[in-house]
Design a protein around this ligand. Structure first.
Ligand code: G6P
Ligand code: MN
Length: 442
């Protein structure tokens, strides 16, 4: 069996130990020759790497783990690059959230003003990663990118590097599918969905369990309880009160708009006032991650340095990591697994322009995704999607052209922002906070 050099770009992420566990879970199906962690923040990465080494020791002791901040060695001959960069780190995530909330608008990692700010920070580092892979990686490399904000990043990479071997993905749909599986008491592997939209902005149009259409039954449950069932309460993500609240919130949207089942992220766009009321400027999601997941990983790393034993299972990420690894496997072995991925539209949604950046089911082959044609979509959904796709496209153009006005247009078009005046006020504060990260806007 062919073996692969795999690089995790953004090795210092608190998710890395979990992702590595998912990789090692399938070591018999995806042979790893060398595993590399790469990050621009060497100190942070070294702390996380100590936990990753413990995961390797426990699951595949012979596997060579390398840790590097030098692109020429980390990416040399790489077959798969799993990209999970967070430009500006969690401190900038928190700024995005707080600046937005200060202006009374949704303060969120990928949606609204925070998402657009994060997008402006990430576009060029992502392009740089592609260029680095073109230079050093194996000619058949694949970047499996789940760096956020995935919608804007995908749009930028498809526009600026159309021939790059990059596949942009997001785990949210599959996390929702896991909740659906719990509601239906149907194994996740027997569930199949139809879906259309943009990333963090899509709808499930059909859900089948073992080939049987269960959409209406599922809608009835979600209208009542959101994406939560008794069986969900054991899930690590649902145990997080913020995530439980998010899964529950889909009840309102499913009651208002009855055609399809929503992605959880619709709460920010369709119920922004309720979201702002729920959010706490002194305890944003980013702050919760710093005080929760990040603290736990660093404490585990320190304990390992003192020679103590730690409980590694607390870092295992389940569905989300398994999905990412399955995408890698499918690209490596031409498995043609049907997964939701982010692709240039090119007719997948019949009545949207070709250059829209859509999230739809696709068969994953060793030559990349073969998207499914989902047909034409009704006016309400088309209107929502065209507005948001224009917003995201304008952020990409603003970054490329250094255009203040296009950035202002993007902020104004975003559904979470009520007026051009608010858009300008938030944008001006974001420019100030992002000095050194954003391209200069004139
Ligand atoms: C989901 C989304 C990701 C996002 C993450 C945030 O998994 O698909 O795009 O990054 O949630 O989770 P967190 O626990 O960091 O708020
Ligand atoms: Mn996502």
């Amino acid at each position: 069996m062919k073996d692969y050099k795999i690089v995790i770009c953004g090795g210092g992420s608190t998710y890395t130990p979990g992702i590595v566990k998912n990789l090692l879970d399938v070591k018999d199906e995806l042979a790893i020759r060398e595993l590399w962690l790469y990050d621009i923040d060497g100190e942070r990465q070294d702390r996380v790497a100590r936990v990753v080494q413990a995961v390797v020791d426990a699951n595949d002791p012979g596997l060579p783990l390398h840790v590097s901040t030098e692109p020429s060695e980390a990416f040399a001959g790489a077959d798969f690059i799993m990209a999970q960069m967070r430009v500006g780190g969690l401190p900038m995530r928190i700024k995005d959230e707080q600046i937005s909330l200060k202006h009374g608008v949704v303060g969120q990692e990928t949606c609204g003003a925070g998402g657009m700010a994060y997008g402006m920070r990430t576009i060029f580092p992502m392009v740089e990663l592609i260029d680095t892979c073109e230079k050093y990686a194996a000619p058949t490399y694949w970047i499996v990118n789940y760096s956020n904000p995935a919608a804007i990043v995908a749009k930028a990479t498809y526009k600026l590097r159309p021939n790059a071997r990059i596949l942009n993905i997001c785990d949210m749909p599959v996390e929702i599918e896991a909740r659906m599986a719990e509601i239906l008491n149907c194994p996740l592997s027997n569930l199949e969905v139809d879906y259309f939209g943009l990333n963090h902005y899509g709808w499930f149009t059909k859900v089948r369990c073992r080939g049987v259409d269960v959409t209406e039954q599922l809608k009835a449950h979600v209208r009542e309880h959101g994406y939560l069932a008794a069986a969900s309460m054991d899930d690590a993500l649902v145990k997080d009160p913020d995530w439980a609240h998010t899964f529950k919130n889909s009840a309102t949207i499913t009651s208002l708009f009855t055609d399809y089942l929503p992605n959880t992220y619709w709460q920010y766009y369709l119920l922004p006032d309720a979201c702002v009321a729920y959010m706490d400027i002194n305890n944003t999601r980013g702050m919760q991650v710093v005080n929760g997941r990040e603290k736990r990983v660093f404490a585990a790393s320190d304990a390992l340095a003192r020679g103590e034993q730690i409980d590694l299972t607390q870092f295992y990420v389940g569905v989300h990591g398994a999905f990412i690894v399955d995408v890698v496997k499918s690209l490596a072995h031409d498995l043609r697994h049907r997964r939701l991925v982010i692709v240039p539209n090119n007719g997948a949604i019949e009545n949207l322009s070709d250059d829209a950046t859509v999230e739809v089911p696709a068969y994953l082959t060793d030559r990349g995704p073969e998207p499914v044609r989902v047909g034409a979509i009704p006016r309400f959904y088309k209107g929502l999607i065209e507005q948001q796709d224009a917003c995201e496209g304008l952020i990409v153009e603003a970054a490329i052209e250094g255009s203040y006005e296009k950035a202002l247009q993007a902020f104004t078009l975003n559904r979470t922002i009520p007026s051009a005046a608010v858009a300008k006020a938030v944008l001006d504060d974001m420019i100030e906070a992002n000095q050194g990260y954003w391209p200069e806007l004139r």
